[in-house]
Write a protein that binds this ligand. Structure first.
Ligand code: AHR
Length: 488
């Protein structure tokens, strides 16, 4: 099948899917209780690659705040009033760690300050857990480093830290290698949010069969408490395969720093769902709906059994329930085709979806080939109602706008900060930088020019194309028809 025919066939399929999803979501809306969410329905993943593994999601004062592994030296955060808006929410750098390959940031408030716990390598030194503290009550910071947590003897390797509040005391769960060589789940006492008052003790080792697939691992611990019961949920088996999954301990009384105080449930509580195309679900966090009535899980997963611990892991969310015996019921990871209602109490709405049509070609700005990974092309195609031609134009300040694609969740981007005629454009993870800032200049004739903040060049129908797939680039503004766009 030629590429053109593939695209036509794909577009027909998408058109049918979009129509079905609209019917289904209308049906679901009809089923909602009066007090339920006004937020927009969504499908997973809610955050696309690459900075989308090991997610922590919290809701605070009307917004969701999201952090995840970046593999760089930075911790970046997204903020959105809705779950559906996370995909195109710009990444904002909140901590420059000074280390390397930042993993698994955990975000939590203690005494009206936010704390970020994350692991980095120290350029040759062991990977250790660092902590940064916010200056005030804004999760976006600014943050000040509070140093390295002394969790293991001899400045030992320690990752996936998360706070545990139990019996009016503060602990830190984390993952480290025990003397027997097993990467296990540990718990350390904390005298304050940035100081371990003793080395960690092992509370769980990967001893059961389902904890040892592709590698024996216990990591990614996260606390879940309800009705006086305390569960410590964690990831088991190795993230480099499809059998990464969640297990659960329960605190059964006694000294939390004694492994005998923790009961391990004999079976996994959340694992791969091949029928839904979800593999290796894990390294999760839990968050409450805006009105506090629901508990949700955020986790990463792969779309193929052959993918592993890298940047293919995307972030998904879904609501959990509770069993009659009081234990959490996480269900099974849902398909990326499942339309989910927003968490209860969401009051935000998605920005309107705009069509951006070129005056010369009469074609629309288009996420070419439906790509959702950074570097995705932007071209022109016959106008349709598909999400690949839906653009969210939101204020970026200073008279500039961010222009994000609703299908990819990525932003219109001046590739590599070009400044010369013919400089290309692409879609890239939204980052709030000048290469993704565009000034929309209405010409008074129903059309506008769209000028990049960094290059000062106009968005341009390159070579006056008129066929599907015609290129879009940047060019010195001449305001000719190739640079005029109808935004509707
Ligand atoms: O994603 C990087 C690391 O890989 C995380 O810290 C750990 O949970 C996972 O196994």
């Amino acid at each position: 099948m030629s590429l053109q025919n593939w695209r036509r066939a794909t577009r027909r399929l998408w058109s049918a899917f979009v129509a079905g999803a609209v019917v289904l979501s209308v049906a679901l809306v009809g089923l909602q209780s009066p007090a339920s969410a006004a937020g927009p329905a969504f499908t997973n993943p809610v955050v696309g690659s690459p900075n989308s593994g090991d997610p922590t999601l919290v809701h605070h004062n009307g917004f969701y705040y999201y952090v995840a592994t970046t593999w760089s030296s930075d911790v970046v955060m997204r903020r959105s009033a809705t779950i559906a808006g996370l995909r195109s929410a710009p990444e904002q750098v909140v901590v420059r760690t000074g280390g390397d390959t930042m993993w698994a940031p955990h975000l939590e408030m203690v005494n009206n300050r936010w704390y970020l716990y994350y692991s980095v390598e120290g350029f040759g030194a062991a990977r250790r857990t660092h902590v940064a503290e916010s200056a005030g009550s804004d999760p976006l910071g600014p943050y000040t480093s509070r140093g390295i947590l002394n969790l293991m003897p001899n400045n030992g390797w320690a990752i996936d830290a998360a706070l545990v509040r139990l019996n009016n005391a503060l602990y830190m769960t984390f993952s480290a290698f025990a003397p027997d060589g097993l990467q296990s789940l540990y718990l350390a006492p904390m005298s304050n949010p940035w100081t371990a008052s003793g080395f960690g003790v092992r509370v769980s080792a990967p001893t059961l069969g389902w904890e040892r697939q592709d590698g024996a691992v216990n990591e990614g611990g996260f606390l879940l408490q309800r009705n006086g019961r305390t569960f410590l949920t964690y990831s088991a088996s190795h993230c480099n395969g499809p059998n990464y999954k969640l297990g659960m301990l329960e605190y059964r009384g006694g000294d939390p720093l004694n492994a005998t105080s923790w009961f391990k449930f004999p079976n996994p509580i959340f694992q791969r769902n091949d029928a839904a195309g979800v593999f290796g679900p894990g390294h999760h966090s839990f968050f409450s709906s805006p009105d506090g009535t629901e508990t949700w899980i955020a986790y990463h997963a792969n779309a193929s059994a052959s993918q592993g611990c890298g940047t293919t892991r995307t972030t998904r969310v879904q609501k959990i329930s509770w069993n009659a015996d009081g234990t959490p019921n996480l269900g099974v990871p849902v398909s990326t085709a499942t339309v989910l209602q927003a968490p209860s109490g969401e009051n935000g709405a998605l920005p309107p979806a705009r069509e951006i049509r070129n005056r010369h070609s009469n074609l629309c700005l288009d996420d070419y080939n439906f790509v959702t990974t950074p570097g995705a092309e932007v071209r022109q195609w016959a106008c349709s109602d598909l999400p690949v031609q839906d653009w969210e134009i939101t204020d970026a300040g200073g008279g500039f706008s961010q222009i994000a694609n609703r299908h990819s969740g990525l932003c219109l981007d001046n590739t590599n900060w070009g400044t010369t005629d013919g400089a290309t454009v692409q879609q890239w993870t939204c980052n709030g930088l000048a290469a993704q800032h565009w000034r929309v200049n209405p010409l008074g004739n129903g059309f506008s020019t769209i000028v990049n903040r960094h290059s000062g060049l106009c968005l341009d129908n390159y070579n006056f194309g008129t066929a599907n797939g015609s290129e879009v680039r940047q060019w010195t503004c001449t305001n000719n028809n190739a640079q005029q766009w109808a935004i509707s």
